[in-house]
Design a protein around this ligand. Sequence first.
Ligand SMILES: N=c1c2ncn([C@@H]3O[C@H](COP(=O)(O)OP(=O)(O)OP(=O)(O)O)[C@@H](O)[C@H]3O)c2ncn1[C@@H]1O[C@H](COP(=O)(O)O)[C@@H](O)[C@H]1O
Length: 100
Amino acid sequence: MDSDTPPAEVLDELFATIQDRKETLPEGSYTASLFTHEKGQNAVLEKLGEETTETILAAKDGDDEELLAESADLVYHLLVLLAMEDRDLDDLRLELRDRF
Ligand SMILES: N=c1c2ncn([C@@H]3O[C@H](COP(=O)(O)OP(=O)(O)OP(=O)(O)O)[C@@H](O)[C@H]3O)c2ncn1[C@@H]1O[C@H](COP(=O)(O)O)[C@@H](O)[C@H]1O
């Protein structure tokens, strides 16, 4: 993915990158480190908790820039969790669509 990626494609490209990291486990990759962490799933779950709290605090502070940054951290870690649980981005889309 690069800065030319259309916004509508970013989540798909990010999820594909996360799945690639899960399969190839490259050295130096933070994403790969979450799949190999000695804490296992808890490593991601703890980050989800942290990023949720940081997102809440940014919203309470009315800090729009920080809100976006922490929301991005939160969404990224949620995508890592879905990949870890062998779910696909379409699974999430279908779940949301079924609520229309
Ligand atoms: N989108 C992300 C992404 N968002 C957050 N993070 C990492 O998640 C961690 C967040 O932890 P922290 O909140 O403690 O770090 P922080 O945000 O600097 O600190 P705070 O200010 O939030 O407290 C940081 O290490 C970030 O680098 C991400 N790491 C990777 N990606 C994407 O994943 C792709 C693969 O990256 P690698 O992990 O390098 O393979 C990249 O190209 C990016 O597109």
